[in-house]
Ligand binder design. Structure first.
Ligand SMILES: [Zn+2]
Length: 439
C-alpha cells in the first residue's frame, strides 16, 4: 500500500524540481534566521542565488553533531519560540542533549512521514498498534503515535513498561503491530519464551523496529520468536525523528522520504559525494522543516544508495540498511553511548584513565555489555580481592548512575587488553550471534 501516491511515485525529474525549489527556500530561511548558517555560508562565500541544481549542494557546508551541541538549547531554531508547538531532544547522552523544535507544519509533515512507513509495512485502520518506545523527549514514541493515528489504527501508547506488562497488553488487547527498538523486541520475545508461551497465543503480524541498527539474523529471530513480519525503519531526532526512511514490502532497502529530505552519501575522509552504489556516510538536508532545518547534516551512519528501481512502485530512492558507523557510537538498550562517556566515569572513579574495552554481546535475545577494565598495579587495592570487588561494584554503579545503563564490569590483569598498541575500544558480537534457542 502506498499512502501518498502523488509524492511517493514522482518521476526523478519531477522530484528533483520539487527538491531544488524546497532547498532554495530552506537555504534562504536559514541564512536569514539562523546565525550559524549565515556565518557558515558567508565563510565559504556561498552565493545562494547561484544554488540552482542538486549538484550545487556540494558547495554548501556540512552541519555536525558538535555544531548542534554548541547551539544548545535554541540557537539553531529558525522560527521564534511562539511558533514552536513541540520540543523534543536526542536521547541517552550525558550532559546537554540536542534540542529540536517543530512548528505545526513540521508536526503535520512528520506525521505524514511515519504514516507512510506504517502504510508501506501493510498497517491499516484494522490494526491495533502497540508502541513500546518511551514517550518522553525521545522522538520514537510520539513520532509513530501520530502516524498510526493518521492512518486510523487503534494506538496503544504502551511506552517502555517492562516486558511482562507489554506481553499482557499484547495478549489482552490483541495487538497486531509492535513498534519498538529491535533490542527491546528481543527482550519481549525471550520473556515470552521463558513464560512458556507460544507466539501463537499472540495476534502479532507486523513489527516496525528502529532507533538502533539490527541485523538480518535478528530479523529472523524476531520473526520466529514473535510470529510477525519485521520491517526496518530509519530516522534521527536531529533530522526529524523516525520517518526519514523505511522498508516497503520488498524489504530490500529503505525508501527515503525524498520530498522532505535530500539524501547524500559522502566519503567520510574526503567529504566528497559518492556515486550511487558506493558505501559512505549518510548526509541529510531537510527541505520542508521550519522549526529546526538542517543543511547537509552528517549522521555518522554508513550506508549506500541502491540505484535500481523498486518493485513496489515507489520511485523514492532507497538506502541499504545501516551497516556500521563512522565513530564508536554504541546503540545499547535504546540508548546511544560514546565510549568516551564510559571512560570519563572510569577515570573519575579511579583517579587515572584505565585501559578498557567494551564488549557487546547477546544472551537469549538480550543485549549485554561487559566493560573490561585493566586494574592498575599502582592501586592500593590491587592485592586484595575484597577491595577489587568493591572497585568493580562502584564502577558498575557509576555507569548505572551516569548513563542509566546496566553493564557488567570485569577487572582484568594489567596490560592484558593489548598494552602499548591501540586497544579496540568496542567489540560488538551481537550481529553475528544467533540466540541459543530454548530446547
Ligand atoms: Zn519499495
Amino acid at each position: 500500500m502506498i499512502l501518498n501516491r502523488f509524492y511517493e511515485t514522482l518521476t526523478r525529474e519531477e522530484l528533483e524540481q520539487l527538491q531544488i525549489e524546497r532547498l532554495q527556500s530552506t537555504l534562504n530561511r536559514v541564512y536569514r534566521y539562523v546565525a550559524f548558517y549565515r556565518q557558515a555560508f558567508d565563510a565559504r562565500s556561498v552565493d545562494l542565488s547561484r544554488v540552482k541544481s542538486l549538484a550545487d549542494l556540494a558547495r554548501l557546508p556540512f552541519t555536525t553533531r558538535e555544531d548542534l551541541r554548541k547551539s544548545y538549547p535554541y540557537e539553531m531554531f529558525a522560527v521564534p519560540l511562539r511558533d514552536i508547538v513541540r520540543i523534543q531532544a536526542t536521547s541517552g547522552t550525558t550532559g546537554k542533549p540536542i534540542m529540536v523544535g517543530y512548528t505545526k507544519n513540521d508536526l503535520r509533515n512528520w506525521t505524514e512521514c511515519t504514516a507512510r512507513l506504517l502504510c508501506s509495512a501493510g498497517v491499516d485502520e484494522h490494526d491495533v498498534v502497540q508502541i513500546a518506545f518511551p514517550y518522553n523527549l525521545f522522538t520514537g514514541g510520539f513520532g509513530f503515535h501520530q502516524g498510526a493515528e493518521k492512518i486510523g489504527a487503534s494506538v496503544i501508547p504502551a511506552s517502555n513498561a517492562n516486558t511482562e506488562a507489554q506481553l499482557m497488553i499484547m495478549r489482552d488487547f490483541k495487538t497486531s503491530v509492535l513498534i519498538c527498538a529491535p533490542g527491546f523486541a528481543g527482550r519481549i520475545s525471550s520473556t515470552l519464551a521463558s513464560a512458556g508461551l507460544h507466539p501463537e497465543n499472540l495476534h502479532l503480524r507486523v513489527g516496525l523496529f528502529g532507533a538502533e541498527p539490527w541485523s538480518e539474523r535478528q530479523r529472523t529471530e524476531l520473526e520466529e520468536g514473535l510470529h510477525l513480519q519485521a520491517f526496518d525503519n530509519y530516522g534521527l531526532t536531529e533530522v526529524i525523528g523516525p520517518g526519514v526512511a523505511g522498508e516497503c514490502h520488498e524489504r530490500s532497502g529503505l525508501h527515503v522520504n525524498e520530498d522532505h529530505f535530500i539524501v547524500e552519501v559522502i566519503d567520510p575522509r574526503t567529504l566528497q559525494a559518492l556515486p550511487p552504489g558506493e558505501e559512505g556516510e549518510l548526509v541529510f538536508t531537510t527541505i520542508t522543516k521550519e522549526g529546526f532545518p538542517l543543511v547537509r547534516y552528517r549522521t555518522g551512519d554508513l550506508s549506500r544508495l541502491l540505484p535500481e528501481p523498486c518493485a513496489c512502485g515507489r520511485t523514492l530512492a532507497r538506502i541499504q540498511r545501516i551497516s556500521a558507523r563512522t565513530d564508536d557510537l554504541i546503540f545499547f538498550a535504546g540508548l546511544k553511548v560514546f565510549p568516551s562517556q564510559i571512560e570519563e566515569i572510569l577515570s573519575a572513579a579511579q583517579g587515572t584513565t584505565p585501559q578498557f574495552r567494551i564488549v557487546l554481546d547477546r544472551e537469549a535475545g538480550v543485549d549485554t555489555m561487559d566493560v573490561q577494565v585493566e586494574i592498575s598495579e599502582a592501586l592500593p587495592a590491587f592485592d586484595e580481592l575484597k577491595n577489587l570487588e568493591k572497585l568493580r561494584d562502584s564502577l558498575a554503579r557509576g555507569i548505572q548512575n551516569g548513563l542509566g545503563l546496566q553493564a557488567k564490569v570485569s577487572l582484568v590483569e594489567p596490560r592484558s587488553l593489548g598494552g602499548e598498541g591501540k586497544i579496540r575500544r568496542v567489540v560488538d558480537r551481537r550481529a553475528e550471534k544467533m540466540t541459543t534457542k530454548e530446547p
